[in-house]
Design a protein around this ligand. Structure first.
Ligand SMILES: *Cc1c(COP(=O)(O)O)cnc(C)c1O
Length: 362
């Protein structure tokens, strides 16, 4: 494994090496079937066991009550932007959106096509560098749901503490921080996450949904867009992305083996501190995009004194085996994604590189 690099790409993103090796080991002969997991029927007992274990690991890691269902869907987090209002925004009601970044904007855009929406808060005024304070959020009188984005992958902000809006169920896009820390699932009606940031490879989207909501799904929707149909069929209504689900299951086994989400959260805090300290101790050479109280533990965004230096930073980082550090065009500068699977050594190597780069170029 000599040519593995530290991969800071935002998604698809780095995976635990041990998981990749497990996939490799089982690739030709999955559990004595003489076939790979990609070649066996999704209705075989071997594959059904994978789905069942993936569901129960998700429930165990997040301490999810039995009043919720776990679904493995396709179409990415982006399909959830439309599925949520199609299923849960009936005529005459209003859905509230807290807009904290580009993906939140896209979620809102889809809901606007379906029904009434209300922007309960937005941080667009300062290019999404913060999460609005709870006392600045103005909900509508009786929202069908409140949509939030727990971690804003592009801007590098994250809800430090997740909200609770009482009776209004929260529908949350957790694509880039699910399973990075423990939290209370009960204020949420639906949680969704495209797997390719913090859960596994692309191709599968995890949905955690409160079971009573399934009764509200309009029967007129196309079957593939109905949560109740997917739930009734245990995510096997049609052929699922078998390999992706298998990989997600292995990633969750790995997380459980590390000690679960409380341990993972502590590791993530320590990893992020290495990078944020390099920013904060740079006398302004590096400037973080996110305001301090809203800093993401998953995506660290920062600028350098000039675009020229930013280009140089990205190219020298790549040469040093630290790849994928270039920021999104809407923020500029750098974005280093340090999801669960990024080892502490990767963050240390990045922090060391940042200090050395500043010493030479500062
Ligand atoms: C990447 C990302 C998406 C888009 O996910 P797709 O699976 O590509 O549709 C949505 N929301 C957030 C927060 C993301 O990070």
């Amino acid at each position: 494994m000599t040519n593995r690099v530290y991969n800071f790409f935002p998604g698809p993103a780095t995976l635990p090496l041990s998981v990749l090796k497990e996939i490799q080991d089982g690739l030709l002969d999955f559990q004595g079937t003489g076939m790979s997991v990609m070649e066996i029927s999704h209705r075989s007992k071997e594959f059904e066991a994978v789905v069942t274990e993936a569901e129960s690991l998700m429930k165990e890691l997040l301490n999810i009550p039995d009043t919720y269902r776990i679904l493995f869907l396709q179409g990415g987090a982006s399909s959830q932007f439309s599925m949520i209002p199609m299923n849960f925004l009936p005529e005459g009601s209003t859905a509230d959106y807290i807009v904290t970044g580009s993906f939140a904007e896209k979620a809102l855009e889809e809901a606007v096509k379906i029904g009434n929406t209300h922007i309960a808060a937005t941080s667009k005024d300062t290019n999404y560098d913060y999460i609005p304070d709870l006392n600045r959020i103005e909900l509508s009188s009786n929202p069908a749901y409140v949509h939030i984005t727990s971690n804003n992958t592009i801007f590098g902000t994250q809800w430090a503490k997740l909200p609770n809006f009482g009776d209004a169920p929260i529908m949350a896009d957790m694509s880039s921080d699910i399973l990075s820390r423990p939290f209370d699932v009960k204020p949420f009606g639906l949680i969704y996450a495209g797997a390719q940031k913090n859960l596994g490879p692309s191709g599968v989207t995890v949905v955690i949904i409160r079971e009573d909501l399934l009764a509200r799904v309009p029967k007129t929707l196309p079957s593939m867009l109905r949560y109740d149909i997917h739930a009734k069929n245990n995510s096997l209504y049609n052929t699922p992305p078998s390999l992706s689900i298998y990989a997600v299951m292995l990633v969750m086994r790995w997380l459980k083996g590390l000690g679960g989400l409380a341990v993972m959260e502590k590791m993530n805090q320590e990893k992020a501190a290495l990078v944020y300290d390099a920013i904060d101790n740079s006398n302004g050479f590096y400037r973080g995009h996110a305001q301090k109280g809203s800093r993401s533990l998953m995506n660290v965004t920062f600028r350098l004194p000039s675009e020229e230096l930013e280009k140089k930073f990205a190219s020298e980082a790549t040469q040093a085996g630290l790849v994928g550090v270039k920021g999104h065009r809407s923020v500029g500068g750098m974005r280093t994604s340090i999801y669960n699977a990024m080892p502490r050594e990767g963050c240390q190597a990045l922090a060391d590189f940042m200090k050395e780069f500043q010493r030479v170029n500062g």
